[in-house]
Each structure stands twice: as C-alpha cells, then as structure tokens.
Design a protein around this ligand. Structure first.
Ligand SMILES: [Zn+2]
Length: 291
C-alpha cells in the first residue's frame, strides 16, 4: 500500500495573501496532489495583537476563488481545543525536565552566552514574569531536505534554546507547529526556506514528544530587487482575485515549472496541467527567486 501523503499550508493572519504566500500555498498543494495526497489549511493565529482583522477569512476566500480544494475544514490555533493541546505538550516537556523558566529582559539575553545563561540551571519559579523555554541539548540534528539537501546543526551551539510559552502566556510558534502537525497527521511539509532554521527545534520537539517525523521540502522565497523577502513588511501587494488564472499561471512560473505549451483557459484546466506537470526538483538548491 502507498504511504498516505498529508500536506498543509499554514499562514499567519498578519496580512492578506500576497504573491510570496501564494507560491508557498501553490507548491505545497501541487506536491500533495501530485502524490494523491490530502491538503490541509491551518490558520496560525497564535498572536492576537499582531493579527489583522478579517485576514483569516480572507485567506480562505482567496484560496477558494483560486480553486484550491481543502480536504478538511481549516483549523485555528486560537481554538480552545488546540490551546489545551499545546498546554498538555508543554506540561509533558516541563515534567520531563526539558524546559526552564526565564525572566531575563531582551537586552540581558542579547548579552548572555547560552552557556552562561543562569536561568537554564535554576529550578525555582521566578518572582517576575517569565517565559518557558526549551533547553537545547548538546546533540546533532540532521535531515535531508527534499529541495535544499543535507542540513546539519548542533542544537545547542548553532540553534540555542527557544521559547515555548512567552512571558505574556502566548504559546510559541515552535511548540504549536509540532503539536498541530502531529494532530493533523501531516507527513510532508513544504514551506518557505525562511523557516528552515526552525526545523532543528521542531525535529527535536517531535522526538521529545514521541511524534512522527514529517519530511521537509523548503522552497525558495520570493525577494524584491533589493533582496528583501516579499512580505507584509515589504509592502507585498494583496492577490487580485479578479484575475485568478493570470495570478495562478504567474505564481506557477515563478516556481520555475516550465510554463504551459498552451496557456490554460479555465481554472479547471490550469489545475489539471499544473498538477500533472509539477516537478518539485526544479527548485533544487535554490534559495531565493527575484520577482
Ligand atoms: Zn533568563
């Protein structure tokens, strides 16, 4: 029997869908469908103060207008059930001794070498507000990225510790993402290379929590002429759903898939051709694409 493939797209609702996020959605979708897999959507709304009102619904509406089909209803990280799941995973990590409390300020942390960070060895709960951090162990984390090749880091020296729960009580991206990928039974992660440096922590957390390890493919990010990543911060334009076909063909070509011999005339035709021609290896070893 063929191994089931479950892929996902997991945007943060801090702005509307733009070309940079569309290529990530498109790559993960084509790869999932090429493998007869499922494709799931997860809204990573962990940080309400940074959220843009209406952005989550706008993602769903835009993807629907472009013809993306979800295999399950979208899940939201702000959902109570999900929050309980993050707390449960965090409790396990605390009980098993993989965490510590840190009440240092940003500037204190900036000037502290990880090996001199005193909070790492304290057992008591600080009197001041504190974050709960993952205590990185001195171990080698390696994986073979399907696009970027072999990736190897010493977790302690190259990556350091990471926050699991912030001082304000919000759960961190690193914790939530592994809990949710396991919950949604994601087998294959296709996402932007800007997240590759988070992968060692996620692999480590997966192993501590006894979750299966998904496979990873980090696609190049889109950059502007000055080399900055297209994002809300660099004023990337919102997707214009009035011209869905044009937008999709453009995004597909940005992913270095040789264009279509005859341009698709309908969304249905686009998706059939896009999926059957899709070859993720055309992106091998490429880290950025200028638009
Ligand atoms: Zn500290």
């Amino acid at each position: 029997m063929e191994k089931p493939y479950i892929g996902r797209f997991a945007p943060t609702p801090t702005g509307k869908l733009h070309r940079g996020s569309l290529v990530a959605a498109l790559a993960s979708y084509c790869e999932a469908k090429k493998n007869n897999g499922q494709w799931l959507l997860r809204i990573e709304d962990l940080d309400p103060p940074r959220e843009v009102k209406g952005a989550s619904q706008s993602f769903i509406d835009t993807l629907t207008k472009l013809g993306f089909q979800l295999n399950q209803k979208a899940i939201y990280q702000s959902n109570k059930t999900r929050q309980h799941a993050y707390q449960k995973a965090l409790n396990q990590l605390i009980q098993e001794g993989h965490t510590y409390y840190c009440s240092c300020s940003r500037s204190e942390l900036k000037n502290t070498n990880i090996k001199d960070h005193k909070c790492r060895n304290k057992k008591s709960t600080p009197q001041k507000p504190y974050s709960i951090n993952l205590k990185a162990s001195d171990c080698i984390i390696k994986f073979k990225d399907r696009i970027q090749g072999n990736y190897i880091k010493n977790l302690l020296n190259d990556c350091g510790d990471c926050v699991l729960q912030r001082k304000d009580g919000l759960f961190s991206y690193q914790l939530a993402v592994v809990v949710d990928d396991s919950f949604q039974k994601v087998t294959d992660i296709v996402r932007g290379i800007d997240l590759i440096d988070s992968t060692p922590w996620q692999i480590y957390l997966n192993s501590l929590l006894n979750y299966p390890q998904p496979s990873y493919a980090h696609i190049p990010i889109l950059v502007n002429k000055t080399g900055q990543k297209l994002s809300k911060q660099t004023f990337a334009k919102e997707i214009d759903t009035e011209k869905p076909l044009e937008i999709l063909v453009n995004a597909y070509n940005l992913l270095l898939q040789n264009s279509f011999i005859t341009t698709p005339k309908t969304l249905h035709e686009f998706w059939n051709k896009a999926i059957s021609q899709w070859n993720i290896n055309k992106l091998d070893n490429i880290q950025s694409i200028q638009v």
